[in-house]
Design a protein around this ligand. Sequence first.
Ligand code: FES
Length: 168
Amino acid sequence: MLNRKARSLNSWNHFKRKWLMHRRKFIQTSCAACLSLTALAGALSSCQTTKYVSGKLGTDGLFINTDEFKKAGKRKDSYRSFIVVRNEALQYPVCVYRLSDAEYTALWMSCTHQGAELQASGDFLQCPAHGSEFSNKGKMTNGPADRDLRTFPVTVNKNELFIDLRRV
Ligand code: FES
C-alpha cells in the first residue's frame, strides 16, 4: 500500500509522462504542418499567375499598353513574360509574350489540332484536350498538332503595342 506522498509522486510522474507524450506529438504535428506550408508557399511563388487584359480594339487590331507587363509592387524593371488578351470581339484569346523591350509575339490561342483553347504556362502553351504544346513563338513542339500557331505582327510604339489582327 502506497502512502499519500508516494501516490502523489506516482500521479505526478504519470502526468509528466502524459504531458511529454502530448508535447512530442504536438511538435511532430506542428513540424509536419510547417513543412507542408513551406512546400505550398514555394509551389505558389514558382507559378506565375496569368494576367488577363481586354486591350483596346481598333479597326485593324488591338492596342495594349506595355505597362500591362509590369509586375505590381516589384522592382522597376520586373516584367511578366506574358499576358493574355481576352476581348469579347475575339473568338479566342491572344497570348502576348514579351521577349525583350522591343520584341513581342502575339499568338492565337486556338490549338491547330482540333481548335481547343490553349493554356499559357510559363514559356509555352499547352492544349488541355490532347496535350499538344507550342513555344512562346508559336512553334509546335509536341503533337498531335502538326502545325504552328497562328501569329500576328506586333508593332511597338513607345509604350504601346499594336497587334495587327487583320489575318484572324
Ligand atoms: S485539340 Fe489540341 S491537341 Fe487536340
